[in-house]
Ligand binder design. Sequence first.
Ligand code: SF4
Length: 282
Amino acid sequence: MDIILADYLGFCYGVKRAIKLAREQAGKDKQVVTLGPIIHNPQMVKQLADEGIGLVNSLDEIDKGTVIIRSHGVGPSVYKRASEKGLRIIDATCPHVKKAQMSAKTLAEEGYFVVIIGEKAHPEVKSIVEWSGRSAVVIEDVHEAEKLHFVRKLGIVAQTTFSRGKFKQLVDILIDKSNDIKVLRTICTATEQRQAAAEELAMKVDMMLVIGGKNSANTTRLASLCAKKCPTYHIETADELKDNWFHHIEKIGVTAGASTPDWLIREVYRKCKNKNKTCKVY
Ligand code: SF4
């Protein structure tokens, strides 16, 4: 049995940066909390909690100390409220997310009707809506794109972790919805690299293991892209591996979302290796 790792997998630049900022602040400050889980990975969030980095889901829950804005970003109302409360703000918004937020803001200011291609319920998308002055609409499927009425000026941005293929498909439909269109392709490179590497690998193996939080949009997306090419299992930890998955399997591909720490990838890799001592690893 061969185990092949995707060329790009695991922690991205934005997630590494957010965790570094949180840890640095925890070394200086007694009360450090993140607003929402710092990344969509329960195991990593637990590890940070053990290091003293707390978690609140709303600013109502704190009156002092430091609040860390996670890589997904927040809308302007959150910065305003945190400073009104006298909280120290450490802004760990990923620069790619910041770019998507500012792009939506600028488009709205220039009079464009802003469309965000992404998932409505995702915190990053909600923050982009807020930066657009709450005037943007979110489109996540073909049906919604087709339903959009004709507008004078149409500005399009993407959720940074959206599928590049689906973005293109939706832009192709939206192109008929205005005579003045500006498309800002705000999908981040880390996402594109992970998606392309996962798809390429999934075409060469008998089974894919996709490691990462079940609540992680980018990991779930990797799993659904791989599932179109071969049998795919989305797992958070090595404990979820089942013996019957490995029957008659010669090549296993492994990838992981941008919010999956290396130690979780290593655990899965080790456990797979132990299932067949003769396996080769690439
Ligand atoms: S996936 Fe991209 S946008 Fe999201 S945190 Fe990582 S680098 Fe930033």
